[in-house]
Design a binder for this molecule. Sequence first.
Ligand code: HEC
Ligand code: HEC
Length: 111
Amino acid sequence: MPGNTPGIPYSASNYALCFKCHSERSLRNYVIFEKHKTHIDIVSCARCHDPHGVPNGTTLANAFLINFDLNIVASGSNGRLEFRHAGFRQGSCSLCCHGENHNPKTYGPGN
Ligand code: HEC
Ligand code: HEC
């Protein structure tokens, strides 16, 4: 059900393909996206990223290959469902997932 917790427990072997090239350590140590670890503990990479590319993507809404999986992610209670890149390691998400509204939630310095 979109909006609820998918409940996929973390296991590095699930993402062995991604970790051939991307560093598991920096992804899980909050180096890049400070909320990676908490999210990877409950959902897979593909809930947020489209590693094959985003057709008609925009630099604001689809930076870092962000393209939410609509089987899992729903609109927030404010009716919005979007990612906004806001600068170096800064951005925001408007959506509902794992039972929590992000109306929006921001990340980056100062959050
Ligand atoms: C909850 C959503 C979410 C999930 C799940 C997630 N990511 Fe991300 N990821 C992000 C966001 C947001 C950014 C952009 C952070 C920023 O603004 O720099 C990002 C950035 C990245 C980057 C860019 C790194 C860089 O050098 O800037 C890589 C690579 C990446 N993620 C890989 C992964 C992999 C691999 C997984 C699964 C193991 C994963 N992500 C799971 C949201 C997610
Ligand atoms: C064969 C090596 C390789 C594999 C395997 C791989 N990637 Fe990548 N990935 C790359 C390269 C190279 C880039 C481009 C980096 C850049 O432009 O700085 C990239 C870019 C990305 C980005 C965007 C980062 C940004 O800064 O915009 C994300 C997100 C990402 N990959 C996620 C994944 C996920 C999830 C998987 C597993 C399903 C995966 N990748 C598997 C090599 C790989």
